[in-house]
Design a protein around this ligand. Structure first.
Ligand code: I3S
Length: 123
């Protein structure tokens, strides 16, 4: 059975500043450090840019590319005192907290990332 889905439909979110804290890298816990990142969701990846105009391949780029295939997403209330926090855990054991004060914006990103995970995981 085929799942009919227009290419990229509902799977991309372009450009918004989100608060991001990477709390684990390859299964190793890291000190929580919130950064404002320009966030872009594409069908299989979540990208965080330090600058809005940053080009991905610029040398010394702070861009972080989160592979969504096999990732897990969940709202969390016990990893931060902030509101509207959700966690994305990659299949390589990196953990990111994402947050924004606007619930509607957080919910939009949560749902977009959840769909992108579902779609990249079943490919
Ligand atoms: O889970 P924590 O340690 O309470 O998280 C806080 C720390 O990351 C803190 O940084 P310092 O450890 O350098 O003070 C941040 O300033 C806080 O924002 C973190 O707590 P929230 O509840 O904002 O995630």
């Amino acid at each position: 059975q085929h799942n009919v889905l227009a290419a990229g439909e509902g799977l991309s979110l372009e450009g918004e500043h989100l608060n991001v804290a990477k709390i684990s890298q390859s299964g190793k816990k890291q000190r929580k450090n919130w950064n404002v990142m320009w966030s872009v969701l594409t069908p299989g990846q979540l990208r965080f840019y330090k600058e809005k105009q940053e080009t991905p391949l610029k040398p010394g780029s702070k861009t972080d590319v989160v592979q969504l295939c096999g990732a897990v997403i969940a709202w969390t209330t016990d990893k931060s005192s902030r509101k509207n926090v959700f966690q994305v855990t990659t299949n390589t054991g990196s953990e990111y907290l994402l947050q924004t004060d606007s619930y509607s914006s957080a919910d939009k990103w949560y749902n977009g990332i959840r769909k992108a995970i579902d779609n990249s995981t079943k490919l």
